[in-house]
Write a protein that binds this ligand. Sequence first.
Ligand code: SAH
Ligand code: SF4
Ligand code: F3S
Length: 484
Amino acid sequence: MHIESTKVIDENRQGEATVIETAANSGSKKLYVESYGCAMNFSDSEVVASIMAKGGYATTRNLDEADVILINTCSIRENAETRVRTRLGDLKQKKKDKPELIVGILGCMAERLKKTLLEEEKLVDLVAGPDAYRDLLNLVEEVGTGQKAVNVLLSRDETYADISPVRLDLGGVSSFVSITRGCDNMCSFCVVPFTRGRERSRDPKTIIEECEDLFAKGYREVTLLGQNVDSYRWNLTSKGEIKDVEIPTTNFSQLMEMVALVSPDLRVRFSTSHPKDMTDDVLHVMAKYENICSNIHLPVQSGNSKVLERMNRGYSREWYMNRIDSIKKIVPDCGISTDMITGFCEETDEEHAETLTLMDYVEYDFAYMYKYSERPKTLAERRFTDDIPEEIKGKRLSEIVEKQRAHSHINNKKQVGNIYKVLIEGFSKKSQEFMCGRNGRNAMVVFPIGNFEKGNYVLVKINDCTSATLLGEVIEVCKPVEKN
Ligand code: SAH
Ligand code: SF4
Ligand code: F3S
């Protein structure tokens, strides 16, 4: 089956980024999938495409020819949900023109709002939560008989481990691989534990098989995904006790090592690390393998210990700084990125100022920055008042955004003059005369075209930079990447 596709990721707004996968292939019935939110949702949409393919649905890039439209949604902030509702408004006319069209809502908003979504959004026929995708074909059939269909059951063990995802961007070089689902952390601001359920880890054997398969298909980079990758554990209880003596145990650093050994030509990234759980073991494995990228996404949320306590993050400012010190000591030239929230409940000017000084301490390469958005049912909604006025939230956000821009520039400048191994992702957005790819630190590198192509590794000498991009020239094409 041939699949052609494109994807659009608004990378500046993780957590509510629109990821639109559109794929075209042959098949009798047509499915159009559109995803909002984090990488986990994008990865889930590939599982959904695989499940629907078993029922004869081929993915399409053309909304007009779709028999089924599935929208994989995000609830992380209020505006993430608003965007989905606006999108549903756009689809009303499609449904009028083609009454037999089935429109389904998947993902976190489906889980949060359950069947009330059917009442609120009349054009929606089907609602399926993140653990209910195996039931999708039945739900679609139910809708076919004139009913509305809902399955929002959360599971304690569903990992879709045995489902081989349909890659919605065949021809790509980088892919996500889910290693855990759900989250047990209960950060007070966060809706994810309610929409994704309890944390569970996926069988390492199936993770390795998926990575091997991706490599054989030409992919050269995998990003291991979980809300908290450091709490990955196979055959271990949360207290670290062995569950079944017959089965080998695996923790995150061991899993990462297993993935790194799939091929030295397969790059490994991972997201998201949690400051309270990230161990030096993980850092030592990163330092040991050249193909594990020197980049850590370590969301801090706030630089003040009292705010962190109200957020129920499980670490203090000092603990976080100690984790940063370890990264800088153990993994040379490591890129560090983060997530931050401004205007969390009761945040004072002094507390906010500590976020700014922490930023100075770390000098992040990159950050996703947000204004606090209160979410129903979360601990923060029940315990605290969302008492910081919008304009103060906005002012504090501008301050951290401005500081981050300066730090990104400083970090990029530090890389000028260095030589980096870059995996070529394709042509630069601005010009066909240039190609681009990322170095291990995850900085985007742009360089003139030459005798190399997407999926090749090249050594690039960095000559110049902006705050967003490194500019360089290829000085060597690394040994040909194996092709199957
Ligand atoms: N599991 C990851 C984060 C997942 S959500 C972690 O623990 O780091 C991605 C980011 O969205 C969070 O890191 C946080 O910065 C932001 N976020 C989550 N809930 C939010 C809310 N209610 N308001 C604003 N930002 C929020
Ligand atoms: Fe949300 Fe915290 Fe879990 Fe991340 S670790 S998904 S912020 S509850
Ligand atoms: Fe959004 Fe759900 Fe991801 S709330 S950020 S799509 S886990």
